[in-house]
Design a protein around this ligand. Structure first.
Ligand code: CAA
Length: 388
């Protein structure tokens, strides 16, 4: 594996770091408290090209590789995971989904708007009654001439209050099981699309998570993504890429907490010396550094496999599984190192701890990642590809 970053990747990392520190840090505690959507910050992310990083310049995007995207996600997530989830869904689920499997007409119509942030997108798979068991789609899109009629409810939709375009996964032929599922591009201005209330969440509180209702929405056939019945495989493939985005978010949360804990441990004194000089604290930091670095290697490897056009499904699940556990474990440790100060909002680490939890849940729970990894093993793939 080669993680020597090239000049472009280093420049992206630096730009994201500067943006996060200057533009996101100042208001992040207040946005978390009030659940205020970061509209100005998202507009700035659009201006800097963070919303369509991997989209080809032919469709208005940055034409960057996945590793550059991961580096930007990591830096932004060190500070504000509400912003990074907005970025992740738009980049790796919506834009990547359309670019990978959309028709030329769909790409030309939607990608320039999404990649420039004029529109934000959502990925609508989960339902009130099905999250992990994604083949069990109650939402139906039944064919009616040159349209599909879409009915159903989707849950936990990131960007749900602001997005202008949804990728909706729905069942078109219940008798065919998951081979009857399709993916559709649905504009939120179309009649029959209703946005439910914003969820009041433990973490990523400034991101807008909503329930969405579809009531007799007429979706033109040309807005179906791919062949009839290919929607489930499409959703799975796109989630493989999405999981690299969430893994990089988890990595950033862990690294952000580690950096804050280290700084605090160097400044805070107890028993006559900085607490970092006490082995109890130094060993915590040693564990953090080691596990965060291991997570980083997994995340960067998954990104590089994707960039090389190699199979990255197993690698993406491993990266998300490990990085999200590292984020949870070490944000708790960062709070512990801060003592009482860690328990109050001003010191940021309690927010990072709350934000970390969702990375073990969305885009496939840790249990689903283990299931995906185990299935690869049972098929004879002992490990993801490694290259030097
Ligand atoms: N790429 C392409 N195709 C795939 C695939 C992949 N990675 N994984 C599975 N498939 C295909 C299989 O080949 C199979 O096709 P055939 O029947 O034609 O052979 C088909 O999909 C069904 O696969 P399985 O038999 O493995 O299906 P399953 O029901 O046993 O399990 C699962 C699949 C892995 C559990 C899946 O349901 C899953 O990933 N669940 C979690 C869903 C999830 O991640 N939800 C997140 C919501 S989105 C979100 O959080 C967004 C947000 O806003 C932040």
């Amino acid at each position: 594996m080669n993680y020597q970053l090239n000049d472009e990747q280093l420049a992206v990392q630096e730009a994201a770091r500067e943006f996060a520190q200057k533009e996101l840090l100042p208001g992040v505690i207040d946005r978390d408290r009030t659940m205020r959507y970061p509209a100005e910050q998202v507009a700035k992310m659009a201006e800097l090209g963070f919303l369509g990083m991997m989209v080809s310049p032919d469709y208005g995007g940055g034409g960057m590789d996945t590793l550059s995207y991961v580096l930007a996600m990591e830096e932004i997530s060190k500070v504000d995971s509400s912003c990074s989830v907005i970025m992740s869904v738009n980049n790796s689920l919506v834009c990547h989904g359309i670019e990978k499997k959309g028709s030329e007409e769909q790409k030309k119509k939607y990608l320039p708007r999404l990649a420039t942030g004029e529109w934000i997108g959502s990925f609508c798979l989960s339902e009130p009654g099905s999250g992990s068991d994604a083949t069990r789609q109650s939402t139906q899109a039944l064919r009616d001439g040159d349209h599909y009629i879409l009915n159903g409810t989707k849950n936990w939709i990131t960007n749900g209050g602001t997005s202008k375009l949804h990728i909706v996964i729905a069942q078109s032929a219940p008798d065919k099981g998951h081979h009857g599922i399709n993916a559709f591009l649905v504009e939120t201005s179309w009649p029959g699309v209703t946005i439910g209330a914003k969820e009041d969440k433990l973490g990523i509180r400034a991101s807008d998570t909503h329930t969405i209702m579809y009531n007799d929405v007429r979706v033109p056939v040309q807005n179906r993504i791919g062949e009839d019945g290919s929607g489930f495989a499409f959703a799975m493939k796109i989630l493989d890429g999405g999981r690299i985005g969430i893994a990089s978010q988890a990595l950033g949360i862990a690294a952000g907490a580690y950096e804050l804990a280290l700084r605090y441990a160097q400044e805070r004194e107890a028993f006559g010396k900085p607490i970092v000089q006490h082995q109890a604290i130094a060993f915590k930091l040693a564990n953090m550094a080691t596990e965060i670095d291991a997570a980083r290697l997994l995340v960067y490897r998954a990104a590089q496999l994707k960039d090389k056009g190699l199979d990255y499904s197993m690698a993406a699940s491993m990266a998300k599984l490990f990085a999200s556990d590292v984020a949870m474990r070490h944000t708790v440790e960062a709070v512990q190192i801060h003592g009482g100060y860690g328990y109050v909002k001003e010191y940021h680490v309690e927010r990072l701890m709350r934000d970390a939890k969702i990375t073990q849940i969305y885009e496939g729970t840790s249990e689903i990642q283990r299931l995906v990894i185990a299935r690869h093993i049972l098929k004879g793939q002992l490990y993801p590809p490694v290259f030097y």
